[in-house]
Design a binder for this molecule. Sequence first.
Ligand SMILES: Cc1cc2nc3c(=O)[nH]c(=O)nc-3n(C[C@H](O)[C@H](O)[C@H](O)COP(=O)(O)OP(=O)(O)OC[C@H]3O[C@@H](n4cnc5c(N)ncnc54)[C@H](O)[C@@H]3O)c2cc1C
Length: 151
Amino acid sequence: MSRSEEEDKPCRACSDFKTWANKQSKSTLAPPSKTNTPKDCPLDKEDLGKSTWGFLHSMAGYYPDKPTKSQAEDMSKFFQIFAQFYPCEPCALDFQEDIKKNPPKTKTQAELANWLCERHNTVNIKLGKPVFDCSKVNERWKEGWKDGSCD
Ligand SMILES: Cc1cc2nc3c(=O)[nH]c(=O)nc-3n(C[C@H](O)[C@H](O)[C@H](O)COP(=O)(O)OP(=O)(O)OC[C@H]3O[C@@H](n4cnc5c(N)ncnc54)[C@H](O)[C@@H]3O)c2cc1C
């Protein structure tokens, strides 16, 4: 496949399901709906995002309260590398810009979790989604809600 053919190919991880399904659909019939798509298909942008945020926030949740210098440096490097390879190019480019302006804060668990929460909120604002209250980030991703609903 030539480079331009490769570039023209729809990118599932860069598209929401509806856009991707419409581009793929070669028939005049309605494109498949997400509910009747098998579970073991490549991730679209929403599913990839949701799973990735789950992983990143959980990683920040279990980061040490007092990391060593080398752990703090490695976590910072992790986010720089992550931003280069996140498999939705437009998302990755914006995330690279965002972390250039707001470099990873890795001195403590609380600092990292809050920094990541703010990065996620930057994306939420861009997409018109609600802003998350970062004072509750450890309840959401580590301890469970104070009302006991996750116990
Ligand atoms: C690095 C990155 C960049 C992205 N960039 C784009 C982009 O440019 N364009 C695009 O269309 N999509 C982008 N996405 C995907 C997008 O952020 C969402 O994941 C996707 O739209 C699905 O949204 P959702 O409503 O299911 O909830 P998500 O935003 O995926 O959130 C999952 C859960 O996290 C919790 N949560 C929400 N906000 C926060 C927060 N601030 N801190 C902690 N927890 C929170 C909530 O409980 C929520 O249900 C990106 C994803 C990542 C990981």
